[in-house]
Design a protein around this ligand. Structure first.
Ligand SMILES: Nc1ncnc2c1ncn2[C@@H]1O[C@H](COP(=O)(O)OP(=O)(O)OP(=O)(O)O)[C@@H](O)[C@H]1O
Length: 235
């Protein structure tokens, strides 16, 4: 499903500074990036180079000062905020380091809550949630609350949630960094499968070299730009 000729998410001329006036610090300097459909792409680079900022801009969460983002053919930052929120809910999934779960909700309820916001009827939401949890090997643990789940299992609930939404784009920020070898590898395999088997375009910011063998592309960031791209890394 990985189609290097078809770009589904791109940023062009992206600039971003934090702070005002003489104290403003420029983080992104006219950065260009184009992500192919159905690929697992990593963004790597030194701490503070702007990786998370780039991810937030591409996901419609942080506005750039200049430049454009095209997601699935739509110009993200030209949309009204409510339309951008609706677009994000429908088309994008998110997986973060130590993804936050609601303490009071069972694993399947965490997912059903999100699907409910998308307007999916309760019965269908339950079916999708259970199928997604089974997909990440958590079928037998679907009724547990976060305090009964390990760090790796919580991260798999977050992946199941992203999967159950059936989004076209998934954004992950350091999804494996807090995990031990076994769980880090399991999460890496799931990200790989999201791209290969579900055709999702996955962009993942990471310092974790363990993810590299699973990736199709690695974008290396330096000084607020993409400095180098490694292609066809996986397999
Ligand atoms: N909301 C904000 N206000 C002010 N400065 C910010 C804000 N968000 C990020 N920064 C600064 O922008 C720079 C880039 O941050 P960012 O989190 O994008 O880097 P990163 O490459 O993801 O870093 P790391 O690998 O350490 O997570 C940092 O110097 C950070 O302190």
């Amino acid at each position: 499903m990985h189609d290097p000729t078809l770009t589904v998410l791109s940023g062009t001329g992206l600039s971003k500074a934090f702070g005002k006036g003489g104290k403003a610090v420029q983080i992104l300097h006219g950065l260009d990036i184009a992500l192919p459909r159905g690929a697992l792409s990593l963004v790597k680079g030194p701490s503070g180079c702007g990786k998370s900022t780039l991810l937030a801009i591409l996901a419609g969460l942080t506005a750039p000062h200049a430049g454009t983002v095209d997601a699935l053919g739509a110009r993200l930052w030209a949309m009204k905020p409510a339309a951008r929120d609706a677009f994000r809910l429908k088309h994008m999934g998110f997986i973060f380091q130590g993804s936050i779960l609601f303490p009071a909700l069972r694993a399947h309820e965490q997912i059903e809550l999100v699907l409910g916001h998308m307007g999916i009827p309760a019965r269908q939401a339950r079916e999708r949630a259970m199928a997604a949890l089974a997909d990440v090997g958590l079928g037998p643990r679907a009724a547990l609350r976060p305090d009964a789940l390990s760090g790796g299992e919580k991260q798999r609930v977050a992946i199941a949630c992203a999967l159950a939404k059936q989004p076209r784009l998934i954004f992950a920020d350091e999804p494996t960094s807090a995990l031990d070898t076994e769980n880090g590898e399991m999460v890496s395999r799931h990200l790989r499968r999201l791209a290969s088997e579900h055709g999702v375009t996955v962009i993942c910011v990471t310092h974790d070299d363990r993810l590299s063998p699973f990736a199709d592309r690695i974008y290396h960031m330096r000084a607020g730009r993409i400095d180098r791209i490694e292609t066809e890394v996986a397999r």
